[in-house]
Design a binder for this molecule. Structure first.
Ligand SMILES: [Zn+2]
Length: 198
């Protein structure tokens, strides 16, 4: 039997969760089945920040930075998930998000020679994490909270912000989990029909 090839979106970073903080959370795949962490090294974290649009800052994370980043990521995940399933988030997680949101952001500076913009920060990684944490604070604390969803695929359970007008999305992406659910339903229906014929 040929092993089923994973959908390309399952094996790489995703930036379709609807917000930067939620995109950061998607760096753990298959949270509902066999979680796989795409940020297992500081270099992977740096790569994520570059791809997420933080290319204006020269980020070079240490192991300690990466550890802090992952703690923030999981705090955001647990807090958002708890709110979606109507549970009380952990105070420690909320404290971590707030403390990180309070870090200084990078500031734009005019280059004296080229008159171009240079983004500067004494702690580039902290400035990046602050952006992620501030985004989490805004989406959790605003009316957008009612648009926070968990993908209905039990093995996926990706968090996303439902920006559809009707706010009725069930899947992280129709092209991935939505289609899988359709195929499963189709198969089940077919089996039901053949069983009835027996
Ligand atoms: Zn999904």
């Amino acid at each position: 039997m040929t092993p089923r090839r994973p959908h390309p979106k399952y094996s790489q970073f995703r930036f379709d969760a609807g917000s930067i903080a939620l995109n950061f959370v998607t760096t753990v795949k298959h949270r509902g089945a066999q979680p796989r962490d795409l940020l297992s090294t500081p270099a992977a974290l740096d790569d994520w920040f570059r791809r997420a649009g933080f290319s204006n800052l020269d980020v070079e994370s240490s192991f300690r930075d990466a550890e802090e980043a992952l703690l923030l990521r999981e705090a955001v995940y647990r807090t958002v998930r708890a709110l979606i399933i109507h549970e009380t988030p952990q105070a420690g997680d909320v404290n971590r998000i707030n403390a990180t949101a309070a870090y200084s952001l990078a500031v734009p500076q005019l280059d004296a020679a080229s008159y171009g913009v240079q983004w500067e920060s004494a702690h580039p990684i902290k400035a990046c994490l602050a952006e992620v944490a501030r985004d989490a604070v805004i989406i959790i604390g605003s009316s957008e909270r009612h648009r926070l969803k968990l993908c209905a695929n039990p093995g996926c359970q990706m968090l996303f912000l439902d920006n559809s007008p009707a706010n009725r999305r069930r899947w992280c992406a129709m092209s991935i989990c939505g289609n899988r659910a359709k195929v499963t339903l189709h198969r089940q229906r077919k089996m039901g029909v053949s069983n009835e014929c027996l």
